[in-house]
Write a protein that binds this ligand. Sequence first.
Ligand code: SGN
Ligand code: CA
Length: 503
Amino acid sequence: MIRLLVLVIMVAGALQAAQRPNIVFIFSDDHAQRAIGAYPDSFVPTPNLDRLAASGMLFENSFVGNSICGPSRATILTGKHCHINGYTKNYAPFDPEQPMFTGMLQKSGYQMAMIGKWHLTRRPPVGFDYYDMVPDQGHYYNPAFINAKGRYQEQGYVTDIITDKAIEWMGTHKDDPFMIMVQHKAPHRAWMPNLKYLTLYDDITIPEPDNLFDDYKTRTKAAHEQDLEIDSDMTLTSDLKVWELTEKRGSLWAWGPGRMTPEQKSVWDAAYGPKNKAFMDAKLTGKALISWKYQRYIKDYLRCVASIDESVGRLLDYLKASGLEKNTIVIYASDQGFYLGEHGWFDKRFMYEESMRTPLIMSWPGVIKPGSRATEMVQNLDYAPTFLDIAGVDIPTDIQGLSLMPVMKGQAKDWRDALYYHYYEGKHNWHAVARHDGIRTQRHKLIHYYTNKEWELYDLDVDPHEMNNLYGQEQVSSITTRLQAKLESVRKHYRVPPYELGK
Ligand code: SGN
Ligand code: CA
């Protein structure tokens, strides 16, 4: 009798394990919400991402806590803000032995795989049964990979190859609950497209953002002093691919077009050559030059996005054809947002909307209502507890994020009313953005540039593009006091150490 009971319990356990959903986490690098068709203020169609949104939930108010690659990834893995997980800046020392959702899911019986960009210092990634990753930032063309057997080189375009590898791995894991993290390099700088897309969008002009020629009036020193400008910080050679203007050598050449075979290179030359000649003949200056740079930049960026969208389509098609679709959650996210010319910028780092926002789309057949939209403010801090919740694993009490399960089910009550943000790299690092922290509520944003001893305050309802800093104005004195008190209480809640001034 007892034996029978044990058997029944074991079978029930196995059944429950079999029913746990697979998770396909598709993650890109620097993909702004505006460059996804399904987002409200988008300017580009992305048919496959839009298809994913139509079959699940689009998180309209999805954000990061520190808009930079490594720190965002560390937050995702730990469910903790950077001051707790230790990874405050790219290339900060990161303790891979600290609790991460990957190891917890693996221990609970999930098969774990990671393909593509990892970007956290220690290798190999911890908590995975299988990994095949690009070294550091990765290459676009004929990329190198590192797996358990060592480093080797592939032929082709990085986004396609990562997708091929993901599909191949899933083919061997049909019966397990599994999680695969498909982590793309694209559309990261220097925005090098698949050869077949080098002339996509050649026949159209992409609209410029209204604030491409922002003069930063009303904003504090930080906005004036950054190195994010398309005008002065984007290079005509490595970023904008007018290599005719310089010797084709050096590490940026070697990292990008220098990796192509002669056949690949001739396709590149045939596409960029005539466009570059027309540009050099035109001898543009001033605003006309900035407008030209914007067009070249945004088109190459969107060409990279076209490959990401294609990858999503191939993964969705595979899940359908293999029958995995009905018990698989598909998630699309990026490590942060990006400036696509807003404020005259590229890159990220600031707490302003374009880079604090990040895409988040999820489908889960039978649980998430197709075509739904969430307006709750969610953050990359929330992914780890969400994955644990999905897998039925207890969420450790020191995790700082919230499971998104109630939001996914349309049942969120008393959701958080403020997000915490903190950028640490500071003025002496890449792109020279001053350190700052702050909070974002549904209506307002308060930014504290603590090394500069300056503040900014925005009313997002009337000023969604953050052009009019209200801080210090009489009519906002009571809301300022309230927001500053809220910032203090949020800092306390997340156990943020005192400001490190002088950095
Ligand atoms: C590189 C880029 C920077 C970018 C950082 C961080 N320069 O250093 O523009 O901000 O990566 O990006 S590049 O000329 O080498 O492309 S992150 O996504 O890894 O955080
Ligand atoms: Ca990034």
